[in-house]
Design a protein around this ligand. Structure first.
Ligand code: FPP
Length: 233
């Protein structure tokens, strides 16, 4: 318990293949994936992890069939409607990273309600990446910085890594210590590109709906064996 990662970030991958193998629809796989979120969040809370970031919808996921995109959006709304009260009662702060202005208005409203209600909680941050892409996030920061330079709010000389981080969606969070990707894919897929400079990576063949607290504990035990040198010797 004395070397718990502060921030764990997960690419929730494998829902579709999990469902296919069982003769179910892809949406049923995503629904099963939401159950995993509940279990993993509970375990993270118990361990005292400060931030759990989950990749729920990428800027590239719009390329999926409309029925699947609509299904994912409906699941998100259902989750927020059902769980916000409990999240709030257990002191969870819900945060969203990504461009939610591209989501239907009623979903933006639901997100706003949930994040507003939980904004002062000081327990674990449940950080959902929705319509998120690492490159888009970096470009957004560059544009904001350029704008602030033009307005004279900051000077070009002031631009350094620390300042840059302040322009990212994650300005109020520590960088991820551990990034987990299940489902046997060994890619980062545009997730937290700037923030992951020194993250430890952990991969597993398990599909997200089968990802249990036991698997999370295995990942954390492996993480605890890593020698993080941050470029030093
Ligand atoms: C990747 O699996 C998963 C996603 C693109 C969506 C993940 C979203 C959820 C689990 C639910 C979102 C809702 C909430 C409440 C945050 P895949 O479909 O790419 O799986 P495959 O690679 O096996 O096809």
């Amino acid at each position: 318990m004395n070397n718990i990662p502060r921030h764990v970030a997960i690419v929730m991958d494998g829902n579709g293949r999990w469902a296919q193998k069982r003769g179910l629809s892809r949406s049923a796989g995503h629904r099963a994936g939401v159950e995993t979120i509940r279990n993993v969040l509970k375990t993270c809370k118990k361990l005292g992890i400060e931030v759990l970031t989950l990749f729920a919808f990428s800027t590239e996921n719009w390329k999926r069939p409309k029925s699947e995109v609509d299904g994912l959006m409906a699941l998100l709304v259902e989750y927020l409607k059902k769980e916000t009260k409990e999240l709030n009662e257990s002191n969870v702060r819900l945060k969203i990273i990504g461009d939610i202005s591209k989501l239907p208005m009623h979903i933006q409203q639901e997100i706003h309600n949930s994040t507003q209600l939980t904004k002062d909680n000081d327990g674990i941050v449940l950080n959902l990446a929705i319509n998120y892409g690492g490159r888009a996030e970096i470009l957004r920061a560059v544009k904001k910085i350029a704008n602030d330079v033009c307005l004279g709010k900051i000077s070009q000389q002031q631009i350094n890594e620390e300042l840059f981080s302040k322009y990212l969606y994650t300005h109020d969070l520590p960088d991820p210590d551990l990034i987990i990707r299940p489902s046997g894919e060994y890619r980062i897929s545009n997730f937290l590109l700037y923030q992951m400079a020194y993250s430890e990576l952990w991969f597993s063949k398990i599909m997200w709906p089968d990802f249990s607290s036991r698997v999370l504990l295995r990942a954390i035990k492996d993480y605890q064996k890593r020698d993080r040198r941050f470029g030093a010797v």
